[in-house]
Structure formats: structure tokens, C-alpha cells
Design a protein around this ligand. Structure first.
Ligand SMILES: *Cc1c(COP(=O)(O)O)cnc(C)c1O
Length: 468
């Protein structure tokens, strides 16, 4: 190979400078974020810690390449390796879910889960066609048709007519009878199943039957549970659904992106409709660095280690749920079959926002979530807690019993602070949090606990704690 004989010109002087030297501000913020991830208890059910290998691929020079189109049919030259990357990714995506390439195809280009869903709708529906998805307050996702009585919020309700189905307010389980009844009136062209905050699994045979009564498509959005599905730790949506979408960064533990699987034999042109919906209808150039990183993640997903990971995610959620029930707390549906629990705080006269607030102050991250019977969408009555991220940090059942104890203490503090605040207003609550001894004590304890566990993807031991 010829040596590089030319000088770097002055206008290019920083193109080979490390981030640390080139941009100290961003570098420092990344260091702080790394320490935050390391020193806290990450319980947000949609998050995970991806691997070093995934991040290497994601941060690679593949980001430089334009490759609109599909492998073998690109709008740009120079794609011989990019084609191989995308083909490998597609092959691994089918393998990870044990799908034959005769029956299923996959598009690996969606930038994220929401875009994957809109692409799927574009492929399956005409504008103003009717769809039914699980209502947001029942645990569904925005992109499944969310609208309020005042406003169409999601593009899935702006460009299509949507009618939600819901969970039963008594049991917390999806009310399939009501769905069937309403589908008879609404006559949807598409039923979407899948959720972001539902602690139980889906009845695909029942959903298929309802869809068939109207000749409707059945789409499963397995964004949250795709890692469990791949490991056979959840019901298999591929047996009965026409299209399956997912994110790749939740239980699948890859980079931030989306996938669309489509049943090839459903209709002869479904493959083309899905591929065209991604590009050119909704996206431009694929993010090749991300596609490479998805491929890396999917290779990991196909290992026995990943199956054990998925089993542990569920065992941990079960242990956490049982520990909280032992304290006398109320969980939606009374427990969990998957990676998350929904904690109903209404019996404690607390809101999700207040518990989330105290958690934030003691290095525990989770999110407020609406639970059944909430009237006020701005101030939901529960929190959502997931185990995928901490299981990637090698937490087991006993460790989650400890997490439950921390959460119990958070709730006890929140009750005390609310009394001290003298009102139910959030701003009074925040003021009353100041100088509460138990908060600073618990923060210290949580930090010491969290930093005793390994951290995937990067070495946190050389990062100095952030001064607060
Ligand atoms: C997270 C999620 C999405 C959206 O994913 P983004 O990558 O955030 O756009 C879609 N559907 C469900 C069910 C989700 O949980």
C-alpha cells in the first residue's frame, strides 16, 4: 500500500483529533452521563445497556455512506460492503426469530420504532383507513392511533381513523370481548397489538380471529418484548401476525433503530409495499452504522447466553413484583409475565410524578405511567418499572429484592414529604423535598450499591464521580 505522502491541510486540522481534545464540553457531558448510568438504578422498562461491540459498530465510519435503496439495487455506488452488512443483518434478523426466508422478509432500515410503525401503516393502509390499537392509558403506544377528544396527537390518528381498545378496569387485562364487539361496529382494516406498559402477554389466536372477522391485517409491535420473543420467553407473534415491528434498543439490547418483518406470502406485493414505504415513502438514506450495530446485536441474541439473559429478565421482574406485593403494594394485574411491572400508587394517595421525583433525587430512574382509573393524564397514578437494564448489569432475584426495599423507602419518604408540603401541589412537594435527611442518605446508599455492579459497554472505574 502506498504511504500517505500529503500533508493535512489547515482547514482539516481537527479531523483526526479525539473527542476529548476536540470538544471538551461534549466529552465532559458524555463522561457525566456515563457516571450517571453507572451510579444509578436504571429501571426504565424501555431502556437497556448495549454492548461494547454494538457501540463500536455504531460509532464506525459506516456512518459516512449513502445507500438509498436495497442491497443489489442502490441509488449510489460504492456499496459492495454496505450490501454485505445489510444482507447479514437481514439474515440474522430472521435467524434471531427462527423465521424462514421463504415465509418472512425483513426491512432493517427504519430509523427507530415510531418510524417503523408509520412505514408499516403506509404499507398496509390507505389514508383514512381504520385501525384499532391498544389505548395509551391501557399501556399502548402513541403510534398505535393515539388521539384525545380534543386533538389527533399521533400521525397514526392524523392520517388514519383510529379507535382504541382498552384493558378491563377491574382486572387490568386487555378486554378482548369489548375489542371484538367494537370491531364489529368500527370494521377496522388493521388491528395493532403490542404495548409499552402492559405487564402481561398477548392472546394472538384471539386477536387473529377478530382481525379475520373483518379481513383486517394483524400487526404486532413487539418493541418492548422482542428480546423475550427471540428467546422464546414470550408468546410467538410470528405464528399468526401479518407484520411484526420492533425497536432494537429495548430488550433486544442493540442500537436505537427499528425493524419491520412482513409475511411474504400474505399478498404477493406486501414485500414491495413495505420496502417502498420505508424508502422512498418515509425515509432517505439508511443509517449503515446503525444497521451494522443491529447485526452485531442480533448475533448476540441468537446465543444461549442471551436466552439466559431473557429468562433472568423475567425472573427478576417476578422477584421485584413479589417483593413489592409483600410490602402490601398494588400492582396492575397483580403481577407480571414479562419484563415490567406497573405499580398503582393511588391507594397510597401518591402520584407517579412525586415518586418519580424522589427516585430521581436518589439515583433511581423510572417513569410515571398512567394506570387504570386515572382521570388526570397529566398526573398519572402509577409508575412503570422494568428489569432489562439492570439484568444487563448482572442483577439477580436477590438484588431486585434490595431494589424493592429502596423503592419502598422512596414511597415512605414521598408520603412524609407530601404531608410536610401541606398541599397536593407538585411545586410545594418539590420545596418540601429540600433538606430531607432520608433523601440524601438514601442517595448515598443507592450510589454505593449501584457502583458495585459491572457496567456493560464501557469502563466506568476511571470516571470521577460528578460533583453535585
Ligand atoms: C418504544 C416503542 C416504540 C417507539 O420506539 P422509538 O424508537 O422510541 O420511536 C413503538 N412501539 C412501542 C410499543 C414502543 O414501546
Amino acid at each position: 500500500m502506498a504511504a500517505v505522502t500529503h500533508e493535512v491541510d489547515a482547514w482539516n486540522s481537527f479531523l483526526n483529533t479525539s473527542l476529548q481534545e476536540d470538544d471538551k464540553e461534549i466529552y465532559d457531558l458524555i463522561q457525566k452521563e456515563k457516571y450517571r448510568q453507572f451510579s444509578g438504578l436504571e429501571l426504565i422498562a424501555s431502556e437497556n445497556f448495549t454492548s461494547l461491540a454494538v457501540m463500536e459498530a455504531n460509532g464506525s465510519p459506516l456512518t459516512n455512506k449513502y445507500s438509498e435503496g436495497l442491497p443489489g439495487a442502490r441509488y449510489y455506488g460504492g456499496n459492495e460492503y454496505i450490501d454485505q452488512v445489510e444482507n447479514l443483518c437481514r439474515k440474522r434478523a430472521l435467524q434471531a426469530f427462527r423465521l424462514s426466508s421463504e415465509e418472512w422478509g425483513v426491512n432493517v432500515q427504519p430509523y427507530s420504532g415510531s418510524t417503523a410503525n408509520f412505514c408499516a401503516l403506509t404499507a398496509l393502509l390507505q389514508p383514512r383507513d381504520r385501525l384499532m390499537g391498544l389505548d395509551l392509558p391501557s399501556g399502548g403506544h402513541l403510534t398505535h392511533g393515539w388521539q384525545t377528544s380534543k386533538k389527533r396527537i399521533s400521525s397514526s390518528s392524523i392520517y388514519f381513523e383510529s379507535m382504541p381498545y382498552q384493558s378491563n378496569p377491574e382486572t387490568g387485562y386487555i378486554d378482548y370481548d369489548k375489542l371484538e364487539e367494537n370491531a364489529n361496529l368500527f370494521r377496522p382494516k388493521l388491528i395493532i397489538c403490542g404495548a409499552s406498559a402492559y405487564p402481561r402477554d398477548f392472546d394472538y389466536p384471539r386477536l387473529r380471529k377478530i382481525a379475520d372477522q373483518h379481513g383486517a391485517y394483524l400487526l404486532a409491535d413487539i418493541a418492548h418484548i422482542s428480546g423475550l420473543v427471540a428467546a422464546r420467553e414470550a408468546n410467538n407473534p410470528f405464528e399468526l401476525c401479518d407484520v411484526v415491528t420492533t425497536t432494537t434498543h429495548k430488550t433486544l439490547r442493540g442500537p436505537r433503530a427499528g425493524l419491520i418483518f412482513f409475511r411474504k406470502k400474505k399478498e404477493s406485493d406486501l414485500e414491495n409495499r413495505v420496502n417502498n414505504a420505508v424508502f422512498p415513502s418515509n425515509q432517505g438514506g439508511p443509517h449503515n452504522n446503525t444497521i451494522a450495530a443491529i447485526a452485531v446485536a442480533l448475533k448476540q441474541v441468537a446465543t444461549p447466553e442471551f436466552v439466559n439473559y431473557a429468562k433472568q429478565v423475567r425472573a427478576n421482574a417476578k422477584a421485584l413484583g413479589e417483593a413489592l406485593l409483600n410490602y402490601g403494594y398494588k400492582l396492575v394485574t397483580g403481577g407480571t409475565d414479562n419484563h415490567l411491572i406497573l405499580w398503582d400508587l393511588k391507594p397510597l394517595k401518591l402520584t407517579g410524578s412525586k415518586v418519580e421525583k424522589i427516585c430521581d433525587m436518589v439515583n433511581i430512574t423510572l417513569n410515571k405511567n398512567s394506570v387504570l382509573g386515572d382521570v388526570n393524564m397529566v398526573s398519572p397514578g402509577g409508575v412503570r418499572i422494568g428489569t432489562p437494564a439492570l439484568t444487563s448489569r448482572s442483577f439477580k432475584e436477590d438484588d431486585f429484592v434490595k431494589v424493592a426495599e429502596y423503592l419502598h423507602r422512596v414511597v415512605q419518604i414521598a408520603i412524609k414529604v407530601q404531608e410536610k408540603a401541606g398541599s397536593k401541589m407538585m411545586k410545594d412537594f418539590v420545596v418540601a423535598c429540600q433538606d430531607v435527611e432520608e433523601i440524601s442518605a438514601l442517595k448515598k446508599e443507592v450510589e454505593a450499591f449501584a457502583t458495585s455492579y459491572p457496567m456493560p459497554g464501557f469502563d466506568p472505574t476511571n470516571i470521577s464521580p460528578v460533583e453535585s
